[in-house]
Design a protein around this ligand. Sequence first.
Ligand code: AMP
Ligand code: TRP
Length: 347
Amino acid sequence: MTTFVNRVFSGVQPTGNLHLGNYLGAIKRFVALQHSHECVYCIVDMHAVTTWQDPKELTNNIREVTAAFLAAGIDPNKHIVFNQSQVAEHAELAWLFNCVARMGWLNRMTQFKDKAGKNRENASVGLFSYPNLMAADILLYKATHVPVGEDQKQHLELTRDIAAKFNHDFAGRIAELGLGESYFPITEPIIGGPAARVMSLRDGSRKMSKSDPSDMSRINLTDDPDTIAKKIRKAKTDPEPLPDSIEDLKQRPEADNLIGIYAAINDSDKETVITEFGGKSFSEFKPALAELAVEKLAPINAKIREYMADPASIDAILTNGADKAREIAKNNMGEIRESFGLVGAIK
Ligand code: AMP
Ligand code: TRP
């Protein structure tokens, strides 16, 4: 068995409207993993352009996700923070993975079906092969762990399938080159906790999303305290008091969502929140949630604004991060080219 260094990789698309789901499901967990792992955090701008992005807004959104990473507490000096397009090896490996992954595997991806909608003929080819680029992001760094929200589970399974197929197909060659028994790790997803899937504040059956036309459906990381409080006050609920058991939450999607949000913001769990608020009315719970959300999000919001006021320093952090990422990427890509037998591989 080949052993791999523990390394975390994750990515967030710079497609605007970073929201509480992105924060609790992903970014907050990125911060925590810095203490135990070597981490690589990427603003995946090449994933963003699989759907139309206004160029000026895209540039701004790349900086805004970076600002959110830094504001949340990611340390670009101890770990790697960069934007994907600055490291060309991501595109190169994605191409090779287009040739490893099978049509049938990609055809099963539910996110493509959701995003392409009814007009599949008009979706970009990039949107279809998007999961191969994601596998390339992860495996270029031989990442062993990937923290993401629940919606990315299927893409991570595909990443594992690609790694296993490559390891199998090139096993002889990898051994000959002295690159170990398996070249890629079979990456473990880190999904879970009370906010793995934060739902819309307007509809407990739909996920909180950047693209929801209703701004009231999500709490944006750039919302000011009054807006955060108003959105929580107006969040859809049912007329019953909060239940006193987890079991009863199953039939109450809106209550389940708000309790999950409270638990995740407070580094706690749903059981503990129910112990405190079970049997109480939403008119008591919502102000407590609003207060907690404002207390934890307002400082992040203020820091995002500070960083955004100095775009040159954000760009410098990204350039520096890309230099560090490229060092790992270049070395691994050389070995991957050699595994395929492509001439001119870096020795
Ligand atoms: P994206 O904005 O699609 O690049 O997502 C960035 C990260 O946020 C990914 O790890 C997603 O799984 C996570 N995420 C997005 N929406 C939600 C949500 N509603 N609840 C929990 N996690 C989410
Ligand atoms: N597809 C992910 C999303 O939409 C973003 C992403 C791209 C990603 N590459 C990644 C996440 C690699 C984790 C690891 O949220």
